[in-house]
Design a protein around this ligand. Structure first.
Ligand code: SF4
Length: 495
């Protein structure tokens, strides 16, 4: 059996890092971890080939070779997935689809032959058994959650690793919190399930043996969902592994803000080689936090939390949302700006409140007749599928104002300095190689000479960091490059 695994393209979002990748000559930020894990679960005598449309085009030869085309996608990849399905369908190929996009909305994809939904560890064996018996059903779904200790090691060999800026591993699934707008708990449950530390180390060892020497993204939706096992099992193992490889593989992940109240955990995470974390901060508006049940963010000084983490050596990427029902349109946009500017969060991913299918927010707004359709999945495209209380135009204009303000070169570079002033020398360092030197010269040319905006601030940042924080020079260059990406995405979406 020949299985072609195809990963649809991402649009230009914050998370695509498309405009930053050009500086390091990479084609995608993250590999399709789900598909290469599915590939590892196929029978050993089957052949598998991977085409990531973010990296390379799909050829007719690929399609002609395949017996089945397996597609996995998230909501943000919907447009590309629809085009891909149409092409496979007109080529007469059997299509098997899974992943979050199809799990929540399979009914919208009439041309797909078979759906393998929810967690593939549960549903793929059912599909494979029926295939062997010649009695395939159209839909394989399950409300059970898989045992992560039985998870397969992804087929890294299917990837062209050179094309990616980072590799991905996963330790846990599920999150103990109940944020109203989030579909993680619906998809993966409230009780975090984890792999053994031995499994994770085996994955890292395989990556290292395959020659990978770059960043590793722990894709867990909330790495600190099971603090006890994190402290007792995973982090000690990661610390030992980092020592073995001389602290050469920076890790980054996603956590909830309550990390900041556990000093021991913060120290262990930094010691284990994590240098940045994405956190859903959402809003400084307490009433809005209460409204969306973001209880872990309530009653805290969020700015102090960010400062604590950044001072400890964790760059904080912040997720922010505008358009909650209790948001006062006269003040919320300025409050968000003031918070982000003061806390020195360079990468602030601000979006308009949207309701993923099936979430508690989606159910509440459906009852109130305040849904307008499917959400785009792109949290920065200035669209929403809800009817905001403040009115769409007010929200959209306010959102545009926030984005333009935060990513105007003077304001962005000011935040970079705020951040670098308090950030310690990173524990993990990547060697200065040819690729990084070339990226630096490209940044000098592009951001310092060719771009119309931000040239002066770029050179001023480099001069300042050389003088005041010379060991953070690589991080300053990386921040300038990331800022360019965020600025470009903002210009694309906010006219
Ligand atoms: S903490 Fe993050 S992953 Fe957990 S429910 Fe809230 S938004 Fe979702």
């Amino acid at each position: 059996m020949k299985i072609l695994l195809v990963y649809p393209e991402y649009p230009d979002t914050f998370w695509s890092f498309k405009y930053a990748l050009r500086f390091i000559r990479k084609r995608a930020a993250f590999p399709p971890l789900g598909l290469i894990t599915v590939a590892a679960m196929l029978p050993a005598d089957w052949q598998a080939r991977l085409v990531d449309l973010n990296v390379e085009p799909l050829t007719d030869d690929d399609l002609n070779w395949a017996d089945y085309v397996f597609i996995s996608a998230m909501a943000v990849q919907r447009t590309s997935a629809e085009r891909l399905i149409a092409r496979c369908s007109s080529a007469g190929k059997k299509i098997v689809a899974g992943g979050p996009l199809f799990t929540v909305d399979h009914e919208a994809f009439a041309a797909v032959d078979h759906f393998v939904l929810n967690e593939a560890e549960i549903t793929l064996p059912l599909f494979l058994a029926d295939l062997a018996q010649g009695r395939l059903k159209r839909l394989y779904a399950s409300s059970e959650f898989s045992d992560m200790e039985q998870a397969a090691i992804p087929r890294w060999d299917l990837l062209d690793m050179e094309a990616y800026a980072s590799m991905s591993v996963q330790w846990s699934r599920g999150c103990p919190f109940q944020c109203e707008f989030c579909d993680v708990t619906r998809l993966f449950g409230h009780s975090p399930r984890v792999k053994t530390a031995r499994q994770v180390i085996a994955e890292l060892d395989q990556l290292w043996a395959a020659g990978w020497r770059g960043k590793v993204f722990f894709v867990d939706d909330n790495l600190i969902g099971d603090k006890k096992r994190l402290k007792a099992e995973l982090l000690p193992a990661l610390i030992a592994w980092q020592k073995k490889v001389n602290y050469r593989a920076p890790f980054f992940t996603q956590v909830s803000i309550n990390l900041a109240q556990d000093n021991e955990l913060v120290s262990l995470i930094v010691e284990a080689g994590f240098d940045s974390v994405f956190i859903g901060i959402e809003t400084p508006n307490q009433a809005a936090l209460s409204d969306c049940r973001k209880t872990q963010n309530m009653g805290r000084n969020l700015a102090t939390d960010v400062e604590t983490l950044q001072r400890a050596g964790l760059l904080v990427m912040g997720g922010f949302i505008v358009g909650f029902d209790p948001d006062d349109p006269a003040t919320i946009f300025n409050r968000q700006i003031v918070f982000v500017m003061r806390s020195g969060i360079t990468m602030a991913m601000v979006g308009m409140l949207s309701a993923p299918y099936g979430t508690k927010l989606w159910q509440r707004l459906k009852l109130a007749n305040r849904l307008t359709g499917q959400m785009s999945g792109d949290n920065v495209d200035g669209s929403t599928n809800i009817v905001p209380l403040m009115g769409f135009k007010v929200l959209r204009d306010g959102y545009g104002f926030v984005m333009k303000y935060l990513y105007s070169p003077p304001n962005y570079y000011r935040r970079v300095r705020t951040f670098l002033r308090e950030f310690p020398t990173p524990k993990v360092s990547q060697p200065i190689n040819c690729q990084r030197v070339l990226a630096f010269f490209r940044a000098c040319w592009h951001l310092g000479l060719a771009e119309s905006g931000g040239r002066r601030q770029f050179w001023a940042l480099l001069a300042w960091v050389l003088f005041c924080r010379p060991r953070l020079f690589p991080l300053a260059v990386e921040s300038a490059i990331n800022g360019y990406h965020f600025r470009k995405v903002t210009e694309l979406h906010i006219k």
